[in-house]
Write a protein that binds this ligand. Structure first.
Ligand code: NAD
Length: 316
């Protein structure tokens, strides 16, 4: 059976598929060429993508032999899961495989503003020995607000609490008995407004859906503390970027860490590029050596199971 991979994958996943007897065609940039992808897909039994390939009804219909779609990650906004379900096409995702990497990114973001070691080092190399400017402040005692209380938030909460932070959360789909509340000590907030008003750091961990589109817009930004920072490792489009740039410019909030943007790669015209208090990274929060190996192996193994008609716990 033949599997087409249209985006970056670590070699461990390809080796796993080949060792299991699959023929693998790895075309790292095929996601950029829609016409070519549409004409090739009919020859494959499996399709493995990351977050750039648009797996819509047209592509799935063209893939007349397709038995499974594998997603090298967690967010499913580039896959029309409703149509896949109707067509009986299982979608395998990398359940929890990069959650720890994202959680560590969030800790790094918070630590980099509280203890700006890189700035002190830069200053020392300029010939200075300034023991006042770069001393920073502690994360201990500060409040972290988590929006969405799923897998990634669980890991962020455990780490932040071990730093002595107070962690509050907002997630209308979570009940008191859910593990993140019962096992970590996150305090639930009934309204997003309460969380925004109380937090020193706000970190977003929700999927991009119609209900989370522009969840953070001008009024939400205005209700945050002027000293607060927002961290988005979820998806572009959850924060209104135009209104965020304005809030960063006029001092409504102190800063932002953005790993994801509404249009990726970033457009040169994006206003956020002119904001010195925005740290922008190229969608790498979930990408570490460990998480990539874990993700590629997990998706390869689970896709192989589905193709052999075996049950998989990673099918949505
Ligand atoms: P998850 O499914 O475990 O948790 C998501 C949580 O969001 C759920 O608890 C859900 O109830 C909650 N939620 C849904 N709608 C909400 C709303 N309107 N308000 C508040 N909460 C809401 O997902 P996860 O594994 O924690 O991942 C979260 C997101 O992070 C993913 O959807 C993905 O888009 C993104 N992600 C990004 C990277 C990266 O590299 N930047 C890596 C992994 C995941």
């Amino acid at each position: 059976m033949k599997i087409l991979i249209t985006e970056l994958i670590w070699k461990e996943g390809i080796e796993e598929l080949i060792n299991n007897g699959f023929q693998v065609d790895y075309e790292e940039n095929l996601w950029r060429n829609r016409e070519e992808l549409l004409s090739k897909i009919k020859n494959y039994d499996g399709l493995i993508v990351r977050n750039q390939t648009n797996v819509d009804l047209e592509l799935m219909t063209a893939g007349t032999q397709l038995k499974v779609i594998g997603r090298l990650g967690v967010g499913l906004d580039n896959i029309d899961t409703t149509s896949a379900k109707k067509m009986g096409l299982p979608v395998v995702y990398a359940k929890n495989a990069n959650a720890t990497s994202v959680a560590e990114y969030v800790m790094m973001a918070m630590l980099s503003v509280s203890r700006p070691l890189h700035l002190a080092d830069y200053d020392v190399r300029k010939g200075n020995w300034d023991r006042k400017t770069y001393t920073g402040w502690e994360l201990g005692g500060k409040t972290l607000g988590l929006i969405g209380l799923g897998e990634i938030s669980h890991r962020v909460a455990k780490r932040a609490i071990s730093f002595g932070m107070k962690v509050i959360g907002y997630d209308p789909f979570i009940a008191d008995y859910d593990h993140i509340l019962s096992e970590t000590g996150v305090q639930i907030k009934e309204s997003l407004a309460d969380l925004l008003a109380e937090s020193d750091f706000i970190s977003l961990h929700v999927p991009l859906t119609p209900s989370t589109k522009y969840l953070i817009s001008e009024s939400e930004l205005q209700s945050m503390k002027v000293s607060s920072y927002i961290i988005n490792t979820s998806r572009g489009g959850i924060i209104n970027e135009f209104e965020l740039a304005a809030a960063l410019d006029n001092g409504a909030i102190a800063g932002a860490f953005l790993d994801v943007l509404e249009t990726e790669p970033i457009l040169p015209s994006n206003k956020l590029l002119t904001c010195p208090n925005a740290v922008i990274t190229p969608h790498i929060a979930g990408l570490t050596e460990e998480s990539q190996i874990r993700t590629s192996l997990l998706v390869a193994k689970e896709v192989a199971k589905v193709m052999r008609n075996q049950p998989s716990l990673c099918v949505i």
